[in-house]
Write a protein that binds this ligand. Sequence first.
Ligand code: GLP
Length: 249
Amino acid sequence: MRIVVADTAASAARLAADLVEDFITAEPRPALGLATGETMEAVFAELVRRHRARGLSFAGVRAYLLDEYLDLDRQDPCAYRNVVHRLLARHVDLGAGAIHGPDPHAIDLDAECNRYERELRAAPIGLQLLGIGSNGHIAFNEPGSPLDSTTRVVALSEQTRAENARFFPAGQAVPTRAITQGIATIRAANQLVMVACGKHKADSVARALEGPVTSEAPASAIQLHPNVTVVLRASAAVGLSESLRAGAP
Ligand code: GLP
């Protein structure tokens, strides 16, 4: 596992964007796994900046969503497909047809989860971007999620709903359910890039990187992956042991 500590959120976003850029320019039809959340907003903004400044192209990219809320209208701006469109796709040469994700309006959600799992395994994902929840979730795999879980419908914890309420207009309830890639699905990606910023992430980052690998800390599953880069703003790295921080350049 490579750990990189950055001084600012902007430099963390640039480091993550460097890895995405290397990946999408090295392959003709790259399969890129996209996360969402505030941390990713800065990464998307940096990628858009590079597209505008020097033509970084997404023309061949196939993008895959990590997770998606259930029970929102198709047009709801908070649906992750719409977030990715608004913050990334519409500003770069990434067509709407290039964004793949589970259909949260499918009649048979279990069948849809299985379909998306098969699609991901067939892709397969070359680089998967990941954030981390302050309770240690990755995607919407909440504490207690089996390490061998695949794409499925999950209930969101109260903590996650409370944290994500800031993305929803006042008065709109945060969904209680979502479809998420499972932990095994995420682990099947060739390369993982996790990004975390802020003191409120320090504890979950320390558990993910140095704690036991356990379903109680879903992000700890990244320890099982052979090709992981963790990009941390210094504030999110304060819980790490000296030896791990010393290993970071
Ligand atoms: C949501 C997403 C996760 C993401 C997390 C962190 O819950 N489902 O994939 O890791 O947010 O978000 P933020 O970067 O806003 O802290």
